[in-house]
Design a protein around this ligand. Structure first.
Ligand code: PSZ
Length: 278
């Protein structure tokens, strides 16, 4: 496996990561996960533009252009023969002795990336998954795809311990998103999802699904719903780069709708699959 670091493609065992990397000390950096379908990156422009937007929001300068990083991602999938899987890329605020303030003089940002094969979660996409409600204790800039993921890690682990695939996060009684996914609900034919505010990450898959709803004539509103209301929804699903459109069949052990994948959810899965590069 060849990893990318600072302009070079290197075997994992030869990578030299500094203990002074601010990603290691502070989670001081940003990242992206981009899906690969049939040798092609999916929605690459959207992901790399979000990477630069996240970097801008934390005042981090990336020493490459978007196109250069897309080329790096393409090289990684070619060199590692990744036909179906994903590319992970992170950028940290460089390596300097541990102190909170940005290093002065500034040090170069550190870009690392790899590509890995992985199958689509087709079984779960048909059967649906269970989620557990977890208090959203994250910071107030969830719109930034930052490396600081402790609250998400704890939420996902709490869900796993309850036998669930994902945590459905709620803040002041309102569903925000999943620990690494965007939440959607369907009631009386209308699709609901939390608006793209500072309280959620504006998912690329979320955007694709909102567009698909519009194309299919399914009413969709970016309007938050309460956790209490979620239990009475007809259908629920969550979206992410790797989970695509994932039906949610139970919350905290209570069945949602029929307790099976919903009809609108399935329609959106079919439309999503039709967009995948062949
Ligand atoms: O492999 C995985 O489990 C992945 S790959 C990307 C994600 C998970 N999650 C991205 C994400 C997120 O971290 C949060 C907090 N909300 C929503 C999402 C979904 O964003 P997209 O659709 O851009 O992947």
């Amino acid at each position: 496996m060849l990893y990318f670091m600072d302009g070079n493609f290197t075997k994992k065992e030869h990578l030299e990561i500094s203990i002074d990397d601010r990603g290691y000390y502070f989670g001081d950096g940003v990242y992206e996960v981009v899906k690969v379908y049939n040798d092609e990156l999916f929605t690459a422009e959207e992901h790399f533009s979000r990477l630069f937007e996240s970097a801008r929001k934390i005042k981090l300068t990336i020493p490459y252009t978007e196109q250069e990083l897309i080329d790096v991602a393409r090289e990684l999938i070619k060199k590692n023969k990744v036909s179906n899987g994903h590319v992970y890329m992170q950028v940290t605020r460089g390596s300097a002795g541990r102190q909170h303030n940005f290093p002065t003089p500034a040090v170069p940002a550190i870009v690392t990336a790899y590509a890995v094969n992985g199958a689509r979660p087709l079984g779960d996409m048909e059967k649906g998954v269970s989620v557990k409600s977890v208090d959203d204790i994250r910071w107030l800039r969830c719109d930034i795809k930052s490396l600081n993921l402790l609250a998400s890690v704890l939420a996902k682990e709490e869900a796993k311990e309850a036998g669930c695939s994902e945590a459905i996060l709620h803040r002041d009684g309102i569903v925000t998103e999943g620990s690494s996914t965007n939440m959607f609900a369907v009631k009386d034919g209308v699709v609901y999802t939390h608006p793209a505010t500072n309280l959620i990450l504006e998912g690329i898959t979320r955007k694709v699904v909102v567009q698909l709803c519009q194309q299919l004539g399914i009413p969709v509103v970016e309007e938050a719903f309460a956790l209490k209301e979620a239990f009475a929804m007809d259908e629920m699903f969550y979206t992410s780069t790797t989970m695509e459109v994932m039906p949610v069949t139970t919350i905290d052990g209570h069945e949602i709708g029929s307790g099976k994948r919903g009809a609108i959810t399935e329609k959106l899965q079919i439309a999503f699959t039709a967009q995948i590069p062949k």
